[in-house]
Design a protein around this ligand. Structure first.
Ligand code: ADP
Ligand code: MG
Length: 698
């Protein structure tokens, strides 16, 4: 086992390193700027850059990059060398890295998607150092986490709105805390993103174009031995996987990601990694690093990591549990019920803020996890459903009900309690996943948002959480600030009561997977946005653009361009999938079927010539030609739908056609191909089967 303490954060220009290496004044400035979301002066930036370069060069670093998260969903980097030629002939060189290079970069914005912003605004873009997220080393490159904006300041990335939303919630939460008498330098949100993924043997990718190009299998019959065996969950790790995970942990620790790679998940070949939580923007950066590292370390071990939400139909999909809480910079968790009456009152107020936010902005939360990949999980046969609801647990539910009905809550000791005077009953921490089916569950001192897909950036989900809760807090702050005469606990009680009266419908403690919930949710008037294309247009509903504008998170123009991009991404994904499937059926499946048909036909004829019965061969042949014919028809239809979809008049129409026509046709073709897979002799079948893939790592 490697020396953990020495390894941890060894590739990160973190607080400890900064404290050791930066002049005291520079260190204090960096800290202040991080806290106030302001900008570094060039002097200080120069001093930080010089120390950073020295530290990096000591570790063999030769290049630096501004590392950012464009709207493609992954990360981007453009490497620049530290080396600057000097002297008249450039024959000598020195390692250089200026403060200007540290705080600002100018990548060519035109190579990244902007959703129309470039047309309306300016072509150039620049990256700015996110001082709150530490620089790190990857290979021989110093990576500086940055935000990416157009020249006139419009967000072109995932990080910018997230940082803006953190400022918004900081501002509004501080207003509320001021009235409550809680002193704090600032409020931030924290996130721990649990990551699920599949590991298969690397050689599989050479044999499955669908996995290689689209990240998921576009055809494949279920394995004879599926996850119903449930022997994988918490099962003993195979040696190869265990070695991989150890290596993965080490690489992540070096990057300062406190990962605990864990047990096998529900499906065969599925695994999970949980980091220890951190400030939300850092958690979002870390999750990008986690996804990248999961893949690169796998390759070193002759393995391939699949991060797609649904690599295998009929087998459990992969998600990302976004554990989210609000806390003070001093380290107090505001979602901790606490054990004093005053803390309880504060907790109930923040809880009410979240209840109101989740109910009023169900659409935004749904949109924040809407991708082509996640459509295979949400609202499909696999939970969580596409309906947003929240779980608070029985104890809290009783407290909230009592407040709503103006009754004294009678605690477990049968003693009535009132807000701010008595302590709440102790709320059990979630150790057993008390309600695994809820999409948004209170788990003792945080909420676990379980809808994000395994393959997406968590930035938008957290931007939405921060902004919508900031809005509730702003609303509460106004009431609290105005009615100064009334007793504070009375004011809180009133707010909680009114919130419950209006938003109680969003609380659901039952089984979210039950079919009855769909009907019940409908009666309650909750949204049930089944697919990405149904959800996305609501992103620019008036109430939503107003919310983003009010809190300075996205302008209307930025919101519109983001919608455009999300629709475009959706259409592109299905487009590539359709083309890949068409290619596979044309070039691999059809020839395999023909080859097998030829074998069977030859045999049938031979038997007949010999005067032997050949009914079995003939009936098999009939089945093969029947399915082959159906497949040809479905293939032609799929090709046709792609052409029709591309002819849509705008991005929404194109995306909708991809969902309604193209995706549906892919499903039809797949069903036939999967039936063929069950009939065609395995020596003719062109692809490794689900069984080969899922049980292939030994
Ligand atoms: P387990 O799932 O093993 O019971 P926990 O429930 O304690 O573990 O944590 C699950 C995830 O939630 C971890 O990534 C953890 O870091 C994160 N988490 C714990 N507390 C918080 C918090 N206050 N804010 C955000 N995430 C948190
Ligand atoms: Mg979890």
């Amino acid at each position: 086992m490697p020396d953990l303490v020495k390894l941890y954060g060894s590739k990160v220009f973190n607080d400890t390193v900064m404290r050791q290496r930066l002049p005291k004044q520079s260190y204090n400035e960096v800290k202040r700027v991080a806290r106030d979301y302001s900008a570094l002066t060039l002097d200080i930036a120069n001093s930080v850059a010089a120390c950073m370069k020295e530290w990096a060069v000591e570790q063999g670093v030769t290049h630096f990059t501004h590392w950012f998260q464009p709207m493609t969903g992954s990360t981007a980097e453009k490497h620049d060398s530290f080396i600057s030629p000097i002297g008249p002939t450039g024959s000598q060189a020195i390692a250089e890295f200026s403060g200007k290079e540290l705080i600002k970069g100018e990548p060519d914005a035109s190579s990244f998607p902007s959703g129309g912003i470039r047309a309306t605004f300016e072509a150039r873009g620049y990256t700015i150092w996110d001082v709150t997220s530490p620089a790190f080393i990857k290979g021989n490159v110093l990576c500086i986490p940055t935000a990416f904006c157009s020249y006139s300041g419009e967000a072109l990335d995932q990080k910018t709105p997230l940082l803006r939303s953190m400022q918004a919630i900081n501002k509004q939460a501080k207003r509320v805390l001021k009235v409550l008498g809680t002193e704090t330098e600032g409020v931030l949100t924290t996130v721990g993103a649990e990551q699920e993924y599949f590991i298969v043997d690397d050689s599989v990718l050479d044999k499955r174009p669908d996995l290689l190009y689209t990240g998921r299998t576009l055809l494949g019959a279920r394995p004879p031995r599926g996850q119903e065996m449930e022997d994988h969950y918490f099962g003993a790790l195979k040696t190869r996987i265990a070695e991989y995970m150890e290596d993965l942990d080490v690489e992540l620790w070096k990057l300062g990601v406190t990962s605990k790679t864990r047990h096998n998940e529900v499906a065969p070949a599925q695994h999970e990694l949980a980091p220890i939580f951190s400030t939300t923007n850092i958690a979002a950066d870390h999750n990008q690093l986690v996804m990248e590292t999961i893949k690169t370390v796998a390759r070193k071990h002759g393995l391939a990591a699949l991060l797609h939400e649904k690599p295998f139909a009929g087998v459990n999909g992969s998600g990302k549990h976004n554990n989210w809480a609000i806390g003070t910079v001093e380290g107090e968790n505001l979602l901790d019920p606490g054990d004093t009456p005053a803390k309880n009152a504060r907790f109930l107020l923040f809880l009410a803020a979240i209840i109101k936010a989740v109910d009023e902005y169900q659409d935004l939360l749904r949109i924040s996890v809407a991708t082509a990949g996640n459509d295979h999980r949400l609202g499909a046969n696999e939970a969580p459903p596409a309906i947003i609801s929240m779980f608070v647990g029985e104890e809290l539910d009783q407290v909230l009900q009592a407040i709503k009905n103006s009754q004294e809550y009678v605690g477990p000791g049968k003693i009535p309690m009132s807000i701010g005077v008595d302590a709440l009953p102790s709320i059990p921490k979630d150790t057993t996943d008390r309600n695994r089916t809820s999409p948004f569950a209170f788990t003792g001192n945080k909420f676990e948002f379980r809808m994000p897909g395994s393959n997406v950036s968590i930035s938008l989900a957290n931007t939405v959480l921060n902004t919508t809760v900031a809005e509730s807090l702003a609303f509460f702050a106004e009431i609290l600030e105005k009615e100064k005469k009334r007793d504070i606990n009375e004011r809180i009680k009133l707010i909680v009561r009114n919130t419950m009266a209006k938003h109680e419908r969003i609380i659901f403690n039952g089984n979210n997977y039950a079919p009855e919930w769909v009907d019940e949710a409908k009666k309650r008037g909750l949204l049930n946005l089944q697919s990405t294309v149904e959800a996305l247009p609501l992103f620019v509903a008036k109430k939503n653009t107003e919310l983003f504008e009010k809190h300075g998170v996205l302008t209307e123009g930025e919101a519109e361009s983001r919608l455009e991009l999300m629709l475009e991404n959706y259409a592109k994904t299905i487009h590539y999938e359709a083309l890949t499937l068409i290619d596979m059926v044309h070039r691999d499946v059809d020839p395999a079927v023909i080859a097998y048909e030829t074998d069977v036909a030859k045999l049938a004829k031979k038997l007949k010539d010999l005067g032997l019965p050949n009914e079995n061969e003939l009936s098999l042949l009939k089945k093969l030609t029947g399915l082959g014919g159906a497949s040809a028809k479905a293939l032609a239809k799929l090709e046709e739908t792609v052409v029709v979809a591309e002819g849509g008049k705008d991005t929404l129409e194109i995306a909708t056609r991809y969902r309604k026509e193209v995706f549906a046709s892919m499903q039809e073709l797949r069903a036939i191909a999967d039936e063929l897979e069950m009939v065609v002799a395995s020596k003719h079948w062109p692809y490794p089967t689900y069984g080969d893939i899922l049980y292939g790592v030994r």
